[in-house]
Write a protein that binds this ligand. Sequence first.
Ligand code: NDP
Length: 309
Amino acid sequence: MQLDALAIDESVSALFPPERLLDALRDSPVETTVIDGSTDPVVDCDAVVTFQYRERFLDVEWIHSVLAGVDRFPRDRLREEGVVLTNSTGIHGDAIGETVAGYVLSFARRLHEHAANQRRNRWSQPAWDEAWTVAGERACVVGLGSLGRGIVDRLTGLGLDVDGVRRTPVPEPGVGRVYTPSELERAVSDAKFVALAVPLTDETRGLIDGDVLAAMREDAYLLNVARGDVVDQDALVTALEEGTIAGAALDVFETEPLPESSPLWEMDEVILTPHAGSITRDYYRNVADVVREGVRRIRAGSDPVNRVL
Ligand code: NDP
């Protein structure tokens, strides 16, 4: 592949100012520019770094997604056109791991409740049996890739016992027992926290349905930092309303932004974060590292890192 000019699509501003990435890539051997969201073809650029997919990117040879998930990209179409697609998997483990640790500590130490009371100038201590500590509790992490790794490290650091679920039944450091997807209900049945860290695929769409929720403990919390469609959201709302699980922390939703009419907004034992679990002020630097390495490899005639197509 000929790679002399790289474009940064302005849609990356959903995560960081495009100029920051431009600046971080100034030592790159390829000419780099910021382009706007116009419908014109991507003139004189061989590759584009983007948050959003646009039809006109079919003209370039390489698209790099600043997200880990590529579920929004038309993969069949790109494959037909011979466009190389890469993602940013591998850069989110620390931020997501800390976000999940925050959810866990919030539920145990009742921090979300104290924050809600503070908004109302209300001094209200929890009842004697409401607050707890997490060491010795069990968690199940569904998906043991880069996100799962970040979550496992934080939760084991807090003293939790962690099991996991992945397609390939190979051991993972820090994970007591690794289950396969067919054993999902058994895997979640003993966990106080079930954290979701799988990509959205045909196999994982609706993975957490009414049956899996019913298999969870009544005092368990579902933590979703993967994609909204991995969970049957209606079934989750029912489980929360009927108290068949204790609560949930959700960073991702079937529809984003979450509609104001969603009953999830009003639930006391639900923490909602606006797809913010991986946001950090270092995001552009982390993307720059992946892009720089991709450029280096392509110009050396080999495959870029994180190649999806
Ligand atoms: P990775 O590819 O590194 O890891 C994916 C993991 O999921 C692997 O362990 C894989 O198994 C496992 N997996 C895949 N399919 C299944 C299945 N059917 N059942 C059980 N496990 C399965 O991806 P990342 O960890 O980097 O990211 C995962 C997803 O998280 C992304 O695709 C994205 O959608 C989402 N994400 C969300 C963010 C946010 O801001 N909330 C930020 C970043 C990512 P195996 O190990 O066997 O291959």
